[in-house]
Design a protein around this ligand. Structure first.
Ligand code: XIL
Length: 430
């Protein structure tokens, strides 16, 4: 560990050099917010600094493998100077024909469904950790970091949570107690193996003037607010606070995240920030998870659709805004659908039925992935983890949700071979 206030900042290529013998402090005039540290024989690191207040800056230098990343063929190794690269796994993929790909290209993992409330506590007090433990242990024994997904969510939560043992609806106090018990027991189980948790997921939606959820069509949007879930109806915003408090107490070493989609919409993000800031002031949150279920291009013909705002610039803005609040940023559920959102997914005449993705789609998907990853790398000092929602196209939730329309959103195809999108994000020099 090198901690120093005597760092020589060079202006060339907005980078700074930490020499073997640290130079005396010299400040140039222009503000810089990222420090690039290079030291022979070590990984290059990008570190965020706030203006020149670098007296508390600490940088950990890790030995590098003296290997040429230009010719690197493993995705996570290629990205070792940037961020961790994760994949969602299910009860099969971590040990079936996908396992080799998973181990080769990823150094982080998350369970796609196996850590949700329905899976871990299907009935009250009946904790089922077997499946999740097997997956987490497989990831850990392959040297991967594990994200925990998810402790409190309106979906995939069993009905008993909302029921009183005496019939009727559970009281607010009971819901909060159940949240605390669930969060505590689950986090204790995975302590020292799961480094970051999505504590609360998808608690924000848009409403029209009649207080109806507008979904993704923003034409009638009047305001953003908390999702009117049973959790919210019964316990209000306290369910979020209770979840984070219980999580912090259960494992003070774990990184705690709020996870959601469409953060590129200014209004939604501003609403999220309104409560995330309060959590941050109480030191109950460490970061935000940006889901990033994206589309091959923004909805050009339907500008009221949320996806019309799904541009690289808007995503870059959301990353910067959250990082400026002192939050870690994880891209938690990345996939890029080959469909745009100009039309409904039920329109079977527009489904792509080929087993393999044709040239045109391959190229468009590759270009979109490249644009996003170029931007992610530019912001590597702000992003710690980029996780794909799956490994290969033969096993993606998007081919089931919302209509059964076949999709091809990942880096590897149905033969488990790399697509052009894979080549596109591997093609950069250090
Ligand atoms: C999805 C899984 O991928 C599906 O297998 C399951 O049927 C439904 O949930 N946002 C989330 C994830 O936070 O938990 C969801 O995962 C995808 C959207």
């Amino acid at each position: 560990m090198v901690t120093s206030e005597r760092i020589f900042l060079c202006r060339d290529e907005s980078s700074a050099l930490l020499s073997d013998a640290l130079h005396k402090s010299t400040h140039s005039q222009d503000a810089m917010d990222q420090l690039k540290v290079t030291k022979k024989g070590f990984y290059t690191k990008l570190v965020d600094i706030s203006s020149y207040k670098i007296e508390n800056l600490s940088i950990t230098l890790q030995d590098s493998i003296p290997e040429d990343t230009v010719h690197e063929t493993s995705l996570h190794k290629k990205y070792r100077n940037y961020f961790h690269i994760g994949a969602a796994i299910d009860g099969n993929s971590y040990r079936d024909s996908h396992a080799a790909l998973w181990k080769e290209h990823f150094n982080a993992a998350v369970c796609e469904n196996e850590m949700k409330w329905t899976a871990l506590q299907p009935s009250e007090g009946n904790f089922q950790f077997g499946q999740a433990n097997a997956m987490v242990n497989a990831a850990r024994s392959n040297g991967m970091l594990v994200r925990g997904h998810v402790l409190v969510w309106f979906d995939q939560t069993p009905d008993w949570v909302f029921q009183s043992p005496y019939g009727g609806q559970a009281s607010k106090q009971l819901i909060l107690e159940r949240i605390r018990t669930h969060v505590t027991r689950v986090m204790q189980e995975f302590k020292d193996r799961v480094y970051a948790w999505d504590v609360v997921n998808e608690a924000v939606v848009g409403y029209d003037a009649n207080n109806q959820d507008v979904g993704e069509d923003l034409g009638t949007l009047a305001r953003w607010g908390y999702r009117n879930s049973k959790l919210y109806q019964i316990a209000g915003e306290d369910h979020i606070l209770e979840a984070f408090k219980a999580a912090r107490e259960a494992d003070p070493d774990a990184k705690l995240f709020y996870n959601d989609f469409w953060n590129y919409l200014d209004g939604k993000r501003e609403f999220i920030i309104s409560f995330v800031k309060k959590l941050k002031e109480q030191e109950l949150i460490d970061g935000v998870g940006l889901q990033c279920h994206l589309n091959i291009s923004p909805a050009k013909e339907k500008l009221s659709n949320q996806s019309a705002y799904q541009t690289v610039d808007n995503l870059e803005k959301e990353i910067k805004v959250y990082a400026a609040l002192g939050l870690d940023v994880h891209i938690t559920e990345l996939d890029i659908s080959i469909y745009t959102r100009d039309y409904t997914s039920d329109d079977q005449s527009r489904w792509y039925m080929g087993y393999d993705l044709n040239e045109d789609y391959q190229n468009r998907l590759a270009a979109r992935y490249k644009d996003f990853f170029d931007m992610f790398r530019r912001n590597a000092g702000k992003i710690q983890n980029v996780t794909f929602w799956g490994i290969a196209d033969d096993n993606t939730w998007l081919s089931e949700f919302p209509s059964g329309r076949p999709d091809h959103p990942l880096l590897f195809d149905k033969h488990l071979k790399p697509k052009r999108a894979f080549d596109a994000i591997m093609n950069f020099d250090r």
